[in-house]
Write a protein that binds this ligand. Structure first.
Ligand code: 13P
Ligand code: 13P
Ligand code: MG
Ligand code: MG
Length: 365
């Protein structure tokens, strides 16, 4: 049977500050989606949070970019925003950048990752969700999962993975896309993947079967709003086992924390710390950035789960290392490389300061 999984998320209000989602907002979203399941618009749903981002995980049979599904998500966020305003949560409706729904939620602020596929005999799915970081932060983890044999031994020893994967990469500034074939084009591909503020892995396909293996949200809030309103806090869906990486191979990149952009006011680099949903509460300097992973088995579209995958002692060392890295970065205060480079700061107050002082800059002798 063909199933579509849609993960649509938005920050519609933080509790307290940008550190968490209020439990009443999560209940409100659940109450909203329960009707959609009753009327069979959805097969199933799971509502959760990552930090201050509300996450709607939905399964249905309507395909990607379906107007009814997108409207359902939008209406859920609008309803939640009303409650967020009543509770006077911080930044109520932060990511809703349009006044009314116009057919497709893409480009309206929320992040969207969707994939349609033929459900396998055992359909193992991981949903990765991050807070205090930007679209593009999945580039290195996805590269490791689907192209690096030091991470994914299946690329070497599993006959159904050995031919490799194709990566669809988006240039989010020029609105262009390109398909790279791994492993043949790894070196060309890394030229772009290594610049995640502009080039973002959108989707990954099995080269022989052409089946979809991963999809991520690529919406950049600052590019939509034209100013800084909050961070993208992206999501990513990864299919596992069989012709795709094993669950352990898909989780393994997060055991070695990397630096990503998006910490404090969206303007700092910091370590991406793998945590349980309960620990996705970025409080130190509004961070450090977090990633959570929920695992499901699909049964005719029904979401069997979740298992909270980083709620495992094996990630304790990664968390410890991330906290050490956080200290190291914090030591730099307002200096790069903790603070983002100038071109990434163009949506903050910085250009205003530059403009104000421009006349005082005199030519050097
Ligand atoms: P099991 O024998 O526990 O199913 O594990 C198989 C495997 O390959 C895990 O990586
Ligand atoms: P969010 O994008 O998670 O709302 O974070 C905003 C921020 O700037 C926190 O310092
Ligand atoms: Mg927020
Ligand atoms: Mg957030």
């Amino acid at each position: 049977m063909r199933v579509t999984i849609s993960v649509i998320k938005a920050d519609i209000g933080g509790y307290v500050g940008h550190s968490e989602s209020h439990p009443d907002i999560i209940s409100c979203a659940r109450d909203y989606l329960v009707d959609a399941k009753k009327t069979k618009l959805l097969i199933d749903y799971y509502v959760t949070k990552c930090g201050d981002d509300l996450q709607l995980i939905m399964t249905h049979q309507r395909g990607e970019e379906d107007e009814k599904i997108h409207r359902l998500a939008w209406d859920t966020f609008v309803e939640g925003t009303k409650l967020a305003k009543k509770l006077k949560l911080h930044g109520a409706g932060q990511d809703l950048l349009a006044d009314s729904f116009s057919g497709n939620i893409k480009g309206m602020g929320p992040g969207v990752a969707e994939m349609e596929f033929e459900e396998r005999e055992a359909e193992t799915i991981l949903i990765f969700m991050a807070d205090k970081t930007s679209a593009g932060s999945w580039n290195m983890p996805l590269y490791k999962m689907f192209a690096d044999p030091f991470n994914t031994i299946g690329l070497v020893i599993a006959p159904n993975m050995h031919a490799g994967y194709s990566f669809e990469v988006h240039d989010v500034k020029e609105h262009k896309k390109i398909l790279f074939h791994a492993p043949d084009e790894l070196y060309d591909m890394l030229v772009f993947l290594g610049a995640p503020s502009r080039y973002v892995v959108k989707a990954i396909y099995h080269r022989e079967t052409k089946n979809i293996g991963a999809v991520s949200s690529t919406q950049k809030l600052s590019l939509i709003a034209g100013k800084y309103v909050g961070k993208d806090d992206p999501v990513c869906i990864v299919r596992c086992q069989g012709e795709f990486p094993a669950v352990g191979e898909a989780l393994e990149p997060f055991a070695s924390p990397i630096l990503v952009e998006g910490w404090m006011r969206g303007s700092h680099m910091g370590p991406l710390m793998p945590v349980s949903v309960a620990d996705s509460t970025p409080s130190r300097f509004d961070g450090p950035p977090r990633v959570v992973a929920l695992g499901f088995q699909l049964a005719e579209g029904r979401l069997v789960g979740p298992r909270d995958m980083f709620d495992d002692k094996a990630f304790n060392l990664a968390r410890h290392q991330a906290n050490e890295m956080a200290d190291l970065m914090r030591r730099h205060g307002p200096f790069e490389p903790h603070r983002l480079p100038l071109d990434e700061m163009e949506y903050t107050t910085l250009p205003g300061v530059m403009k104000k002082l421009s006349k005082r800059f005199e030519p050097l002798e």
